[in-house]
Design a protein around this ligand. Structure first.
Ligand code: FES
Length: 111
C-alpha cells in the first residue's frame, strides 16, 4: 500500500494476459480487498474490457482461479497484495486476459 488514509489504501497491481501483454492498475480501496473485488472495481470504473471469470464469490466454485505472484489463488478469497502480478491459470485454455476455460462448466456433450 503506497498511500493510506483512515479506511482507504492505494493498491497498484498488474495483469499479464496469456498473450504476454501487461496492463497496470491503481485503485483506492479498503484494506483487505480481495483480488476479485479489485478486478471488479477496475472493470466497473476503469476498463470494462478486462476479462476475468467468477461465479459464487464465496470460494466454492473455483471458477475464479488465477495466479498472483506465481501462486495459484482463489481470487474471491485472496487478499490483494500491493504490487501484485496477476496471471491466468497455465493449465486451462485461455479465453481472454485472466479468464480461462473451466472444465466443469463445459456443456455435457463436450465432457
Ligand atoms: S467465484 Fe467461486 S470460488 Fe471464487
Amino acid at each position: 500500500m503506497n498511500a493510506k488514509s483512515h479506511d482507504r489504501a492505494r493498491y497498484a497491481f498488474s495483469m499479464r494476459g496469456q498473450d504476454g501483454s501487461v496492463r497496470d492498475f491503481s485503485i483506492d480501496a479498503a484494506p483487505g480487498i480481495t483480488v476479485l473485488e479489485a478486478l471488479i472495481h477496475v472493470y466497473r470504473n476503469e476498463d470494462a474490457t478486462l476479462g476475468f471469470r467468477y461465479s459464487c464469490t464465496v470460494g466454492r466454485c473455483y471458477s475464479c482461479l488465477m495466479r498472483m505472484n506465481g501462486e495459484t489463488v482463489v481470487s474471491c478469497r485472496e487478499t490483494l497484495v500491493d504490487g501484485a502480478m496477476l496471471e491466468p491459470m497455465l493449465n486451462r485454455a485461455a479465453i481472454r486476459d485472466l479468464a480461462t476455460e473451466d472444465p466443469l462448466l463445459k456443456p455435457s456433450r463436450e465432457r
